[in-house]
Structure formats: structure tokens, C-alpha cells
Design a protein around this ligand. Structure first.
Ligand code: FS2
Ligand code: SF4
Length: 543
């Protein structure tokens, strides 16, 4: 196996024996093969579109789910991944028959085998290292990881019956382009930026899907303690799954708690209206081994991030959608279908209520509509000097001790600075008492990682209000944390929007070759993180 797609990759160069995430070599290899056949089918759909033929939503959804499944910590189930490979081959065969001009198709479009004993041998020839030139490999993978993030966001929008055919067409064209040996560094850099453009569109689509279905997020105080009823803990990012579970648990005597990125579900009017939506339990994904044990009840993983479960609670861990883990029950249900969570609810009834691990509350819901409703107050505070700067600290959390930097950085910020956040990175500082500035909390949580889109909307609005030509002239700094591939599409989207001098930590991606890293540094001012003291001085001058 060779995988270097996430921030925790071994030695920041690549996992080769087993994933730091717990991914086994055979799973890594089958994920490589799934990506390979997804590239192959994408080359065919791209050509079919050029021939004027329509590609069905089902085919678009097949490809996005394939990519989503290979995101870090989403799916560890070899059998499920092999089933996806075979399904993709079936659909690919049908599409190939529709294609008039098959000349010069890549090998990935023509390869076919239903003999699983051949899969490992094939996978070994089509993984990341199959591209020999390290700069081309780096750019291809940068694009693919961005597309994986984009797929995740598209899938969530699709689950709410929103599609953007242009995003799908781009996604497939770009995926197919990573097979094209004629494309050099310049073309792939251009494609990387174009990926950012569609990243913006994909996040806008999801924002529209979420707010159309559930209303605009609003300021919400969320309890982090527990009640007396047994509970079900919902993790991951899929709000539609949360909604279905809330409906099905009503009146059952079972409460629903959010975990990690699902916290954002609490901010939406059409989700928070459920009285059985209790509080938020625990912290970011990487603390789940302790927190799932003490939760006592069943846990539903709707997407990443799964940590290989302990035997003590594996019988309480369920997956659905892109998520999968061998030995855990998977709840089926395609887009548009009502999933049946009755088994989880029945198990919950027999479980003890959650053990309290903390108490108090956190405040969030500062997505674009809510912040823009407060715009006058915010603008006045900036004009009066009460707010000196905004620091975007969105992104992911993770296990590395180096990430304590973000807690220390939040504590060390001047008291007149506001943190804008989204994603699970916020758990590094959202329970600190950082206070407020004239009633505006110093940590404004927009929601999930995809709600970084909201932060961009807010920044663009402030640019307009202050009459600036350039987003980089705002009193705004970017100090973002990354872990998996959704953070990659967020980064590419910000670059496409013209944001410069983003600091990215706790380490720069291992998949960036020195030359590709140099392109990002020279053209966009991308930088890593330093010490807290140095970075505070860099952003604020001597304080
Ligand atoms: Fe956090 Fe994991 Fe949201 Fe990432 S819960 S690192 O998936 O996408 O952020
Ligand atoms: Fe390693 Fe990350 Fe890949 Fe897991 S996802 S195998 S930790 S690089």
C-alpha cells in the first residue's frame, strides 16, 4: 500500500505498512482500484457528454460516492469497496456500449475483471506511485483529493435532492484528466485552480441544499451535558440522516445527541425544533474511543471520521452512507429513500443513559445569514477599533500533539480579535471562555467544514461594506488546520477566491512535492505554522 492523502500520513511521507488511521493494506489497495475504475468510467462519461449524450444522476451519484468512500476514515470495509468496484464495472460496461467513438480511451476505461483474485495484482499497478514524476504525481493527487472533498459535499447536497450537473461534469472531467499523460505541470496547476472554482460551486450547492431544507443556521446554545434518557449519538456530516433519525426517535423515550461535526445540525431551525434532539456529546472525532465507550448507547456514523472501534462498543456502532467498518451493521438507503433506523432505536432503549463527561454549553450558528444579520454591529465594532482583526481558524482537528498550537494560539490572541471557525478544528478552543466583544462572541462557529463557504461569503460581504477591491485588504487572517481531503477542497476554493497568505498546519501536506509546494508558496503565499508567539506577532505585530 501507499497512501499519503491525509495530514497524519506516516512520517509526513506516506503510509506503506498500515495506515496511521488504521486502514489495512488490502483496504488501501482496493480503494486505489476503486479510484482507478472511477477514473475509467469518468473518461467515458466525459466523452459521452462531448457526444451530446446525457449522463444520469444515478451515474453521477455512483462516481461521487466512490470517491467519498475513499476519504480518510470513512470506510474500512473491504467487501463493501469490492462491491463498489464491481458495480462501477457493470455501469461502465453499459456506458461504453453507448459511446460512438472509443478511440484512444485510457486503459482504465477498458479494464474489466470480476475475478477478485486479480484485484490485488491490478491495484498494485494503479495506485499513487504509478505516476513516476513526483511533480505530476503531486498535482494529480492534489486534484484527486480536492475532488474527493468535493464529492463529499456533492453527496450531502444530493441527499437533499439538490444536484449541480456542471459540478458533476467537471468532477468527472478532472478525474479523467489525472490519467492523461499529455498534461504537464502547467496544465495540472490550471486544473487545480479550476478544482477550487468548482469547490466554491459545490459548497454553494450544499449551502443551498441545507438552508432550503432546514432554514438558515441561527445563534444557538447547545448543552454539552447529558439527560436521563438513553441516547443515540450521531456523528459525521449528513444532516439528512440526522433528520430521519430525529423523526423516527420521536416519542420513543430515546434522545439524540450530536457528535463532532454533527454539532452543526443543532443550529438549523428545522432540526433544532425536535425536542428529542438533546445536546452535543464529546469532542472532535479522534477522541471517540473513550467517548463512545462512556456514551453507553448506539452510535451512528454517517460519514468519516471513524476510528477503528474497541471491542467494548463495536456492537453499538452503526454505519450508513459512505461510512463502513467490518463487523458494524450498515444501514442501507439510497438518495431519496427513507432509511430504517428501528434497530438502532430498539438497541438504545436497552442501554444505560450516557455518562456525563462535561457540563455547560457552547454557542454556535454563525453562518452567513446570521452574521450578516449582525453586520451593522460587526462593522461598527471594526470601525470603532473594538475588533482589530478576524482570524479564520477553520478546518479539522486531529490526534497530533502539535495541534495544541491551535488552543494556545486561540488563548494568546489579542482580546480584540475574533475567531471565525467551521469544521471540527473548533474543538481545540470552543470550550475555552474567550468572552465576547460588545456582545459578539469571540468564537463565531459557522458549522461544518463545508460551512467555510459561509466564512467566504461573510468576508466578501465585509469587503463590499468597507469598499475594498481585494479580499486580502480586510483585517482578516487565515490560520487553518487540515486533516483530510475536505480540507483540501476548502483550501483550493479559498485560493480560487483570491485569498492569499493562508497558514496551513500543523504540517504542510506530505503529498506536495518540493516544486509544487514552491508554486503554492510563490503564487499564493501559503505558509506553515510557526510558534504561537511568532505567529501572533506575524498577524498582529508586537502585542
Ligand atoms: Fe473533522 Fe473529520 Fe469535517 Fe473532516 S470530522 S476531520 O471529516 O470533514 O472536519
Ligand atoms: Fe495514512 Fe492518512 Fe492514508 Fe490513513 S488516510 S493510510 S493515515 S495517509
Amino acid at each position: 500500500m501507499f497512501c499519503y492523502q491525509c495530514q497524519e500520513t506516516a512520517g509526513n511521507t506516506g503510509c506503506t505498512q498500515v495506515g496511521v488511521c488504521g486502514k489495512k493494506p488490502e483496504v488501501a489497495n482496493m480503494q486505489d482500484l476503486l479510484i482507478y475504475v472511477s477514473k475509467g468510467i469518468s473518461a467515458i462519461t466525459t466523452r459521452l457528454r462531448a457526444e451530446g449524450k446525457e449522463i444520469s444522476k444515478e451515474v453521477n451519484h455512483l462516481i461521487t460516492l466512490n470517491l467519498f468512500i475513499t476519504i480518510t476514515n470513512a470506510n474500512f470495509d473491504n467487501d463493501a469497496i469490492i462491491a463498489r468496484i464491481k458495480k462501477t464495472l457493470d455501469v461502465k460496461k453499459e456506458l461504453l456500449n453507448e459511446l460512438s467513438n472509443k478511440d484512444g480511451l485510457p486503459e482504465a476505461s477498458l479494464w474489466e475483471s470480476y475475478d477478485e483474485s486479480e484485484y490485488l495484482t491490478k491495484a498494485a499497478t494503479v495506485g499513487v506511485l504509478a505516476t513516476e514524476n513526483e511533480d505530476i504525481r503531486s498535482l494529480r493527487e492534489l486534484i484527486i483529493y480536492g475532488l474527493k472533498g468535493l464529492s463529499a459535499y456533492s453527496k450531502h447536497a444530493n441527499a437533499l435532492l439538490q444536484d449541480d450537473g456542471e459540478v458533476d461534469a467537471f468532477l468527472q472531467r478532472a478525474l479523467a484528466a489525472t490519467l492523461d499523460d499529455k498534461l504537464g505541470v502547467d496544465e495540472l496547476v490550471a486544473l487545480t485552480l479550476e478544482t477550487g472554482k468548482y469547490g466554491v460551486n459545490g459548497m454553494a450547492l450544499l449551502d443551498k441544499a441545507n438552508t432550503t431544507a432546514y432554514g438558515n443556521p441561527e445563534i444557538t446554545t447547545v448543552d454539552i451535558g447529558v439527560g436521563k434518557n438513553p441516547g443515540i449519538l450521531v456523528s459525521g456530516h449528513d444532516l439528512r440522516d440526522l433528520e430521519m433519525l430525529l423523526k423516527q426517535t420521536q416519542g420513543s423515550g430515546v434522545d439524540v445527541y450530536t457528535h463532532s461535526e454533527m454539532l452543526a445540525g443543532q443550529y438549523y431551525p428545522e432540526l433544532k425544533k425536535y425536542s428529542n434532539l438533546k445536546g452535543n456529546y464529546g469532542n472532535a472525532w479522534w477522541k471517540q474511543k473513550e467517548e463512545f465507550e462512556s456514551f453507553n448507547g448506539p452510535i451512528l456514523m454517517t460519514t468519516n471520521c471513524i476510528v477503528p472501534p474497541k471491542a467494548s462498543y463495536i456492537d453499538r456502532l452503526y454505519t450508513t452512507g459512505s461510512a463502513g467498518y467490518p463487523g458494524c451493521k450498515h444501514i442501507a438507503g439510497d438518495i431519496g429513500e427513507e432509511k430504517d433506523f428501528s434497530e438502532i432505536i430498539e438497541q438504545a432503549k436497552k442501554c444505560a443513559p450516557p455518562t456525563e463527561i462535561e457540563s455547560g454549553n457552547i454557542v454556535g450558528g454563525f453562518a452567513h445569514a446570521q452574521v450578516l444579520a449582525l453586520a451593522d454591529k460587526v462593522v461598527d465594532a471594526v470601525k470603532s477599533g473594538a475588533i482589530s482583526k478576524f482570524v479564520v481558524m477553520a478546518g479539522c482537528d486531529g490526534r497530533s500533539k502539535a495541534r495544541n498550537y491551535y488552543t494556545d494560539f486561540a488563548k494568546a490572541l489579542p482580546k480584540d480579535a475574533i475567531i471565525l471557525t467551521a469544521g471540527c478544528a473548533k474543538y481545540k478552543y470552543n470550550k475555552l471562555d474567550l468572552g465576547d466583544i460588545g456582545g459578539i462572541p469571540r468564537v463565531l462557529d459557522a458549522g461544518q467544514c463545508n460551512d467555510s463557504y459561509s466564512l467566504a461569503v461573510i468576508a466578501l460581504k465585509l469587503k463590499e461594506v468597507f469598499g475594498l477591491d481585494d479580499i486580502n485588504d480586510l483585517p482578516l487572517e487565515f490560520n487553518i488546520a487540515w486533516y483530510e481531503q475536505k480540507a483540501v477542497i476548502v483550501l483550493l476554493a479559498l485560493l480560487y477566491l483570491g485569498v492569499k497568505n493562508i497558514h496551513l498546519g500543523p504540517t504542510l501536506p506530505g503529498f506536495l512535492s518540493p516544486n509544487v509546494a514552491k508554486v503554492l508558496v510563490d503564487n499564493f503565499g501559503i505558509a506553515g505554522i510557526g510558534t504561537v508567539e511568532d505567529d501572533i506577532e506575524l498577524f498582529f505585530g508586537k502585542v
